[in-house]
Write a new protein. Structure first.
Length: 168
C-alpha cells in the first residue's frame, strides 16, 4: 500500500475561477490520453490552477496561457513570433490571419483564418498580461485552433459557465 500526503494546503477556487478549473480539466481530458505521463501537461496544469487560486493575473490571460502551453505540450504548438510564409518577425502594428496548421500570414495575403493583431500574437508568445482587446482576440484564436483538436462536441464546462452566468 502506498500513502500520499499533501505537501501544502489545497488551493481554493470559487465562482468564475472554479468554472475555469473545470474548463482546464476538460481540455486536458479532451486533448490527452488517459494516464498520459507528459510532465509538461502537469506543469502547465499546476501553474494554471495556482494562478487561478492566487489571482495574480487576469483569469482570461491565465486561460490563454494554459491553452497555449497545453497545445505545446501535446505537440500542437502555435507559431506566434514569425510569419508563416516569409519567416519575418511579427510586426505588432500589422494585422494577420492565423491559418490553422500554418500560422500567421499578413491580413492582405490570406483568405481564411482568424484575424488577429501582431500585438496579440506577440503578447501570447511572450506570456505577457493581455489587454482587453488582446484577450478578445486571443480567445477567438484559441477557440479556432482548439476546435480542430477537440472536435464539434461542445465543452461541458462552457455550457455550465453560461448557465451559471445567465440570469434566472
Amino acid at each position: 500500500m502506498i500513502k500520499l500526503e499533501a505537501m501544502e494546503e489545497p488551493l481554493r477556487l470559487a465562482g468564475e475561477k472554479l468554472f475555469s478549473g473545470f474548463y482546464v480539466n476538460e481540455l486536458i481530458m479532451r486533448l490527452t490520453t488517459r494516464h498520459d505521463p507528459n510532465p509538461e501537461v502537469f506543469l502547465a496544469y499546476e501553474q494554471t490552477i495556482r494562478s487561478l487560486a492566487e489571482a495574480m493575473v487576469a483569469t482570461e490571460t491565465t486561460l490563454r496561457r494554459f491553452e497555449k502551453n497545453l497545445l505545446d505540450a501535446c505537440g500542437y504548438g502555435l507559431q506566434l513570433g514569425t510569419e508563416a510564409i516569409s519567416g519575418d518577425a511579427i510586426d505588432p502594428q500589422q494585422s494577420y490571419h492565423y491559418v490553422f496548421e500554418r500560422g500567421p500570414t499578413p491580413a492582405n495575403d490570406a483568405v481564411s483564418g482568424i484575424l488577429v493583431s501582431g500585438q496579440t500574437l506577440l503578447a501570447l508568445a511572450n506570456d505577457n498580461e493581455l489587454s482587453e482587446l488582446e484577450r478578445t482576440e486571443a480567445k477567438k484564436l484559441m477557440r479556432y485552433i482548439l476546435h480542430h483538436y477537440i472536435g464539434k462536441r461542445p465543452l461541458a464546462s462552457r455550457t455550465l459557465f453560461r448557465r451559471a452566468s445567465s440570469p434566472t
